[in-house]
Design a protein around this ligand. Sequence first.
Ligand code: ACO
Length: 328
Amino acid sequence: MEATRARVLGIGAYSPEKVLTNQDLEKMVDTSDEWIVERTGISERHIAADDEASSDLATQAGRRAIQDAGLTAEDIDLLICASVTGDMPFPATACFVQANLGLKNAAAFDIAAGCTGFLYGLNLAQGLIRSGAYKRILLIGGEVLSRTLDWTDRATCVLLGDSAGAVVLGPAEDESGILATRIASDGTKAELLYIPGGGSRNPASHHTVDEGMHYFKMNGRETFKHATRNMAAIAKQVLADSGLELDDVNLLVPHQANLRIITYIAEQLGLPMEKVYTNVQRYGNTSSASIPLALTEARERGKLKKGDVVLMVAFGTGLTWGATLLRW
Ligand code: ACO
């Protein structure tokens, strides 16, 4: 008999109230709505309030996902938070979320895989549920990337946004659930996309702050190249693993970093854009939050229905990338 798959029992998302438009950015740095839309597809993004940290956004999304699953806090036996913008260097952001939600029966830890964090979490959850070790896993991607940005650097500050998205996973009792999942990394390219200061390599000091080492740094062109190549390849691999055909895929929900990357991936896979969900236009790149946020919106808008085959694919700092195919 085939081992039990993990399936999504509930889903939820949260974005902070404040919206920063391209027109607002035009007043802050030397940029234009035209440039940002043409190169990225982004028109606006949500920005956390001064008193909101990643765990606050993650808590809201997690609460909604538990409610959507028809469960209570006590039912959750594991909490995984995917984030590269945790509240503090330690403890894990998941521990703050556990306290906020009162998940007294859950172990809690973080994974740091950048924009691929949510798909790393799904991969892990599939294994943990298959093994029988856990029955109700809350997986949250939550980021406050705005705190890592140099708001005078037009090359990065226009790209990112703050949000959280969550799913509750449990054993599948029908045809639904994760059909195939793969994750990958290439640490030799770590410095294409990183924050060099504030860790044990370059601990926070006047020097690191003066040099701006606590800011998000990216080689955009190189990142673009690796993103397109690796995402298309791994998406094809999970499709082959599952034994399904491209025609079986009802919806592609890619990491929402850049509309040009998304269009390219869809072309490479041979999927028409009507089968691709995008909301990068309204949220920017929210890293690990982007896929669960897009899934939540897609379901709300009637684009994701029971039985649909959904292909998810992501790419991020590390470098990391991954893909998951699931039946909703
Ligand atoms: N407004 C106006 N002009 C700008 C801006 C801006 N916001 N930013 C850069 N430019 C200028 C540059 O200075 C450059 O000018 P020059 O030709 O006079 O030197 C010109 O525009 C072209 O710059 P490029 O960086 O070459 O532009 P490119 O077409 O590569 O687009 C972008 C940049 C959008 C960042 C693209 O490279 C990209 O999307 N890369 C992938 C990023 C990504 O997906 N990251 C995901 C991971 S994020 C994570 O893991 C948290």
